[in-house]
Write a protein that binds this ligand. Structure first.
Ligand code: SAM
Length: 274
């Protein structure tokens, strides 16, 4: 049953107009946006979510916006069990996480699979900004890459990533490092076939250091927020960094992988670089 239908007897017609009927489910936690007009009814809305979705045990509302270097969001529990930790399954991988303390988007699941399917057997893959290990572990699960290295600055996310690697015992080709990529990456001797940069908004500040560790003919996956019709501006960010680093962008495609607000898209520039 849909949330609006479930609440038909509990909310007025006007309140139903304000209700956002969709929500994300991370493990057994539902995360919903409650508009200010419905704050007094948030408990009823949370109970309704738990009633209609049997796998959900906690209902939480976004209590702010995604912000800060670690891209986290405050959550307030509005119904169900009093906890914020859960286990989320994606592409056969189990992830422990607390969605308030770390960034994790269930909506990027197809994108993680898309990139994993691009990785060729034997590749060395680098995931800058690896969070709880979602990209590294999904790539390890779905590809035959040789080794996948992740770097993450949020200590809590990194600790979850280590826990997730340990929990998925069949995966043994993932290396996870804690720290700022600006400090950690220059210490590497390895050159990578593929570098993934899932940090839209500020990721462009890191393209140059990514290029230094990308093999000739390697692929860069650069994420950006972009307006419709301006995707070439994101490609230009990569091309300009290539010029600074004496490299050449030889092939690129911009893939839409999210739509966070009405006119803004989350895109990935897949760029082959010589
Ligand atoms: C948008 S999230 C993506 C997380 C993860 N890749 C995923 O898809 O679930 C960006 C991540 O980059 C991390 N981060 C931000 N700046 C960083 C830096 N300078 N070095 C390493 N990690 C950083 C944040 O803590 C956050 O976990």
């Amino acid at each position: 049953m849909k949330l609006k239908e479930a609440l038909r007897n509990d909310l007025t017609e006007e309140e139903l107009q304000h209700l956002i009927g969709s929500f994300d489910v991370v493990g057994d936690i539902a995360i919903i946006i409650i508009p200010p007009e419905l704050e007094a009814k948030e408990g009823i809305i949370g109970d309704a979510i738990i009633n209609i979705q049997k796998n959900v045990k906690v209902a939480a509302k976004r209590n702010g916006i995604v912000s800060g270097e670690f891209r986290t969001i405050p959550l307030k529990i509005i119904a169900g069990e009093n906890r914020k930790e859960t286990i989320h399954k994606e592409h056969g991988v189990r992830f422990f996480l607390n969605p308030e303390k770390v960034y994790f988007s269930v909506r990027s699941n197809n994108e993680r699979k898309r990139v994993a399917n691009l990785a060729r057997p034997g590749e060395e893959v680098l995931v800058m900004f690896s969070g709880i290990g979602a990209f590294p572990l999904v790539i390890a699960k779905l590809s035959q890459a040789n080794e996948i290295t992740g770097i993450e600055k949020n200590k809590i996310a990194h600790e979850y990533a280590l826990q997730n690697l340990a929990a998925n015992r069949k995966i043994n080709n993932v290396k996870l490092l804690e720290g700022d990529v600006k400090d950690v990456l220059p210490t590497f001797d390895t050159m990578f076939d593929r570098v993934i940069m899932p940090l839209p908004k500020t990721g462009e500040l890191f393209i140059d250091i990514a290029l230094v560790k990308l093999k000739k003919g390697g692929w860069l996956h650069f994420y950006d927020f972009q307006q419709e019709g301006s995707f070439d501006d994101s490609v230009e960010k990569v091309r300009t960094a290539c010029q600074r680093q004496n490299r050449e962008l030889i092939e690129s495609e911009s893939i839409v992988c999210g739509h966070p607000s009405p006119r803004v898209y989350r895109i990935c520039v897949d760029a082959k670089i010589r």
